[in-house]
Ligand binder design. Sequence first.
Ligand code: ATP
Length: 444
Amino acid sequence: MVSIEEMAVFCKRKGFVFPSSEIHGGLAGFFDYGPLGVEMKNNIKRLWWKSIVNDREDVVGIDGALISPESVWKASGHVENFIDKIGACKKCKTKVKLDKHEIGIKKCEKCGIVYADEGELNPMFETSVGSTGVKDKVYLRPETAQMIYVNFKNVLDTSRMKIPFGIAQVGKAFRNEISPRNFLFRMREFDQMELQYFVREKNAAKIFKEWKKIRMDWYISLGIDKKKLRFKEHDKKDLAHYAKEAFDIEFEFDEFGWQEIEGLHNRGDWDLSQHEKFSKQDLKYFDDQTKEKFIPWVVETSSGLDRAFLTFMFNAYVEEEVKGEKRIVLKLHPDIAPFRIAILPLVKKDGLAEKGREIFDELKTNCNAFYDDRSSVGRRYRRMDEIGTKWCITVDYQTLEDSTVTIRERDTMRQVRAKIKDLPDIIKKLSEGEKLETFGNFIK
Ligand code: ATP
């Protein structure tokens, strides 16, 4: 069991995530990714993009602006309906976001008294553009999806996509959350990975089911424990009036239980119809074979990049005892971990460091690699375990004689000897799931 607080401390200590602007007192709900965190976050983003965009012929990507005019958010319904209910504890003054079933019922965790109704808040951040005279009211986007809808026609006109097809986007979203908390789980600035998939009405339910499976399988393929993942269907009576069906993918966090990490929605034709109405532009799709003209339905998958990051961390974090000492291991999938391999010369002297650098220079072109020749090798192994590096390649005196090195596997701590020239191929096969013992006998 690791609490969210302990995870935040661990992430700071290792350089994964820092509280933002900390030397100036910090700002609740904002975090900065550090040297290791940014590598891991980029890996998650890249793998999502590859599976959703690059590996498919029916999805293209965009990268939309963070700020947009009020009209976009009037069309989307956010100006009017994106409302959070505020609950406040009369004793400790804590404020929380209440969902509509919790009003008048939910009690403060600390004081045990029912939260008082403190009104509501539209969590969109509002600002203005223009330097003189009348400034235009604009909003920072609270989700990435609307940039996809407003570019629907542009993409159609330039990419020759045929229904069914999708548009994907990864990027920042901003919400003035009432009570940002639980580390990266509820932030005021966060990243979303979203796909809007455009379909015919009659196929929407079937395609929605297909995407549910694709998205669940993605987490499992990257090592998330199946038992800690589930779908949660939204109660039909709680759905937004336009939504036909909605499921969350939930992960079971150690301390705070099952929580949403991704939402999947069958949104009907609501979004494009609204943008058509507000922009007075024709956003219909024309099928040149059947000669039909219609507003497509939308199947959406909306995943939080930071919640995915947390999920991978909680799923991977293990504390165990090895020879009477505590060992922390991040059992991350090698594609997710900040570094896939580390090159560690046993000692710096006698030409071992030079040999190590030579190997590092060759291998780093193919994968994220780390080089370290300081302190005892045992300590360096532990440091690599803690940040999830799956394989350590150690250069020792025998290397100078026969051009072999040892490869140590993070989880089992077992080692084999292999030829330097075979390393690129071995690392590739290990990454594909081949067992370490395929490449040599375990060293006793
Ligand atoms: P919640 O009910 O937890 O506030 P939501 O239902 O409002 O979330 P959506 O609007 O469906 O969330 O957003 C899609 C995804 O974006 C969520 O599944 C989550 O992964 C991510 N997300 C939403 N709000 C935040 C936030 N404040 N911080 C980090 N990630 C978020």
